[in-house]
Design a protein around this ligand. Structure first.
Ligand code: AMP
Length: 494
């Protein structure tokens, strides 16, 4: 199938050609005709499948071929993170080039005024994170009386991050007669509930079925903690010039590792919640343009990153959940480029390896490199007792199972995976990252804490996530911290 069969507006056809898309991806083939017909749609698709163009192209076609009925925005796209909102906005600008359509992107961590001005001048498309959009709605800076299409992108992430109440408030401010498109990689009950409330007679399109992207080659590296950094340097050597994203569990580890890589001569930067919005943009832009070859990131900070040519994802620290593994590797092998996903695994990670393998319904190949073998007994020791309150079963290791060194059998550790980690990517400093003698954040007076650092607590991970999302969106503004201002964020396509 080719893009011609959709009979899209000539400006879109020209832009698709200029961008270099030759044929629609499966989600585009399946979704575009229904969206053009005006149907509501529920898209079950993971990141990297081309879902952004799947909703943008038919929406832009309608905007270009039918007249506006009022000055209100005609399309609202809600996304969970600033990065994803920026990315959708950029794609929209790319497809809109040479037309008179106007778009604005709205998220926290930026001054309200330029956004207010863009909204008041009038735009066709608003791409927004829920928190900041609600602020604008509450201040009367925008009305959606003439809204024709609503897109809820990465709905499961919005739910994870505690945005459901905000979304419901936004929905209450929208006309009920509209087209709604909901995209989600997973379908937890809360999202099917939301779909039931917001979609009317929807077409369901399911792509990818949460399988790992076919173009990604996976490898698990059994390694000792102290060998992780040397192994990373070795793999970066193997990666040559291709772009690499390295995932760590904590913000501080991301920062320190990026510094260490720079000292070793790599062009590296980090993306983590302690950065200002400006610093995040510099890191992302630099990585996208190739000024930085390596981006060291935490899960939350990296949500929604789309750099289509990422060759390698290296899980320096194994993710906290099997779903997070899928999201991380979704950064590579995008749009049919080949990618490699390397995961460093220490003795205490065996439970999570099993959880990931069970989620992916296949054993992941092990790779052991000479000189980086784990210490003898690393994978034979009984696993340590959980350090944090666990969800579900608490046994990390299972002594009845084969040792890690036994390659003939692919099952390792316990199915339950790792329990909630107070030192997760979104949380505070890990014990290891804290300088010797420094008290945990919660013990220190507020003024003594680095900007943006929250007191360490052992609250469950979901709660942590919600709090940290403040760093990724409008919530940030509400904690009173100063954010650098950036000039006008609205833009026209011309
Ligand atoms: P998404 O799933 O929307 O984040 O898209 C993932 C990547 O696929 C982005 O880099 C897009 O530019 C790219 N992409 C989307 N559609 C196509 C297509 N039809 N052909 C080639 N690349 C595409």
């Amino acid at each position: 199938m080719s893009f011609d069969s959709f009979c899209l507006h000539s400006a879109l056809v020209a832009n698709i050609k200029r961008i270099g898309y030759e044929n629609p991806t499966p989600i585009q083939t399946e979704s575009i005709p229904h969206i053009l017909e005006g149907r509501d749609l529920m898209g079950l698709a993971q990141t990297g499948t081309g879902k952004t163009a799947a909703f943008l192209l038919p929406i832009l076609h309608r905007l270009l071929t039918t007249p506006a009925k009022s000055r209100s925005p005609r399309t609202l796209i809600l996304a969970p993170t600033r990065e994803l909102a920026e990315q959708i906005f950029r794609s929209a600008l790319d497809f809109m080039r040479g037309t008179k359509l106007r778009a604005a992107v709205i998220y926290g961590g930026m001054g309200m005024f330029p956004q207010t001005r863009a909204l008041r001048q009038g735009v066709d498309i608003v791409v927004a994170c829920p928190g900041r959009l609600l602020d604008h709605l509450n201040q009367g800076n925008v009305r959606f009386d003439g809204l024709e299409t609503l897109v809820l992108d990465e709905a499961d992430h919005m739910f994870d991050m505690g945005f459901l109440p905000d979304i419901k408030r936004i929905l209450a401010a929208l006309p009920t007669k509209r087209q709604t498109l909901l995209f989600s990689a997973t379908m937890p009950p809360a999202i099917s509930g939301l779909a039931g409330e917001t979609l009317s007679d929807p077409v369901a399109v399911r792509i990818g079925n949460m399988a790992p992207l076919a173009t990604v080659e996976h490898a698990i590296y059994p390694v000792s903690h102290n060998q992780k950094a040397p192994l990373l340097l070795h793999l970066l050597g193997e990666a040559g010039k291709s772009s690499v994203i390295v995932f760590t569990r904590t913000k501080h580890r991301a920062k320190n590792l990026a510094l260490q890589l720079c000292r070793s001569g790599h062009k590296a930067t980090c993306l983590q919640g302690n950065l200002s919005q400006r610093q995040r943009q510099i890191a992302m832009e630099g990585f996208r343009r190739g000024a930085f070859q390596v981006l060291v990131a935490t899960d939350i900070a990296a949500r929604g990153i789309d750099v289509s040519q990422v060759g390698h994802v290296i899980n320096f620290d194994i993710p906290d959940t099997a779903e997070a593994y899928t999201h991380r590797i979704g950064r590579t092998g995008r749009a049919e480029h080949d990618g490699q996903a390397h995961t460093f695994v220490t003795g205490e990670d065996v439970g999570m390896v099993r959880a990931i393998e069970s989620h992916m319904k296949k054993a992941l190949p092990r790779r052991e490199l000479a000189g980086f073998e784990p210490e003898p007994g690393e994978f034979r020791r009984s696993a340590p007792a959980p350090r944090y309150p666990a969800r579900g079963r608490q046994n990390y290791g299972d002594r009845s199972r084969p040792s890690y060194g036994d390659r003939s059998r692919p099952s390792y550790g316990d199915r339950s995976g790792r329990p909630a980690q107070a030192e997760s990517a979104q949380g505070d400093r890990s014990r290891n990252d804290r300088p010797a003698g420094e008290r945990p954040a919660a013990d220190r007076p507020r003024s003594d804490r680095p900007a943006g650092e929250r007191p360490r607590t052992d609250r469950p991970r979901n709660d942590d996530r919600r709090t940290t999302f403040g760093l990724a969106d409008g919530g940030n503004q509400r904690d009173g911290s100063q954010r650098p201002r950036r000039p006008y964020q609205g833009a026209t396509a011309a």
